[in-house]
Design a protein. Structure first.
Lengths: 203, 203, 203
């Protein structure tokens, strides 16, 4: 189940990466590279930190999914773009899935709870962070609306449920946590929830 | 002893990171992320290169120190800021400690002397380098006064003493090397010591 | 043979890095750091992904080559600069060699063919990519003429030949693949071959 979710996350992040690359006027190979890094960069950093084999290196499936999704991104770019929300939806589904996949992978490799939650956030956000750094922009995660908070809270919910209800058959827990993150981020954008700036505190 | 020094280094770098994030007008979570990366990024790169477990992942203490130090940075920001020197002092203590911790960790894992010195410099400077890259600035290390030279020289002194005087009880060597780096960098800033620009050589 | 080629690649990339650093008006240590990262950054990322020992850490030779090449870059900077082509030639020889070294190293560690080709491209291009990110520019690889395509095609030729003609004594295959990449990139620059922009497709 997690494997399938992971592949869906790769798919939506690759489309999101290709659309971003088109926005920044890159050429076709640049688009595929950005799609690749956006989709697989967060998981790569997670696997490097865990000191385990990088997931995409031993499987054709991840790379094929990036190529297919990137190509669909090129072909249906105008249709996808005409709804500004499409981009947001892909990105939100992606961070929700990658957060939970990352937390679970941390647990699978015996990390402590707090580190597992951080690995979830890193899986979800570092692909986009690398994309922004490579495109010479201040990463989105530092600039705008609440972005990483839903990952941290959703990851904690998953982790709490995981320890409370045991290790077997927790597909429903997957769904609840992922839908929670999607709902949280969507509400955050609709209602413009923001964290206070550091300067506003104790000013 | 080294462990305690390492935790002090994490503490001062996390404050330095939070103050920088406030300067760049980030929100609270952005501040904690920058504090985390400034404090633990150099050690993370060092541990990745050494192919050993990342220090902060298996211990709550590092993360707790970042959160406590970051919070103190928020609370006492104005008082800390009113002395421009405070920032400089924290940063200088941090690079001095991290250099020696990095050299020692390199030696502990059987690296050759030159690589151990490089690992010291990487431990000391890459947290700040990642912070600057993420904030979309040319890293400080490339822009201003002598920054990495004291790390290289101080690391070499530590390494020389370590091989000359043997492996046991070298707390005094720790102190001498750390104080040397602090003194070197402080003098470099006071007297505006600079390296020549490449263009000035052979011009 | 591959070892020698690798060292030539490090040599030319270190010169290319020092010349770039001079262009960006860095000081001498900054120049050596950029030379180091340009020459050894791609291989470092490759080795991190492969989860093997980082090549330069256990050998003095790589570091010595960077220092010697960087110093030559400083001394003969004006003579090298007066031919704009020199820079291009060094860079092109470097990416050609590193591509094949990277593909071979991927095969040596049992990676699948596609991943081996990607590792070749990463070896060849990530040093320059890190250099550009650190100098706060959009990486060259995303901006200009065909850059990574010759690596992908040349790596595929090497891989095809490797599997077709067996594993022993393939020095001639090395030469053919490397010369192919150099020729491809040179022709691409002479004739201004470009990939289409994403926006031009399906517009």
């Amino acid at each position: 189940m997690l494997e399938l979710f992971d592949q869906i996350g790769v798919f939506v992040f690759a489309i999101s990466g290709m659309l971003t690359a088109a926005d920044r006027n890159l050429d076709l190979l640049g688009g595929y590279i950005i799609a690749f890094i956006t989709a697989l960069g967060g998981g790569t950093v997670r696997d490097l930190l865990l000191n385990v084999d990088i997931a995409w290196m031993s499987s054709l499936s991840h790379v094929v999914i990036v190529i297919v999704a990137g190509t669909l991104g090129v072909l249906f770019r105008k249709r996808l773009k005409s709804f500004r929300r499409t981009f947001f939806i892909f990105d939100t589904i992606g961070i929700a899935i990658f957060t939970i996949v990352g937390v679970q992978k941390g647990l699978d490799h015996g990390q402590i709870a707090l580190t597992a939650i951080f690995l979830g956030m890193i899986s979800a956000t570092f692909g986009g962070l690398l994309r922004d750094v490579l495109c010479n922009e201040i990463p989105l995660i530092f600039r705008k609306e609440i972005y990483a908070i839903p990952c941290l809270v959703g990851g904690s919910i998953y982790l709490g449920g995981y320890f409370l209800f045991g290790l077997d058959d927790h597909t429903w827990l997957l769904w609840i946590s992922i839908l929670f993150i999607i709902a949280f981020r969507t509400l955050a954008v609709i209602f413009s929830w923001k964290l206070p700036l550091i300067r506003e505190l104790n000013s």
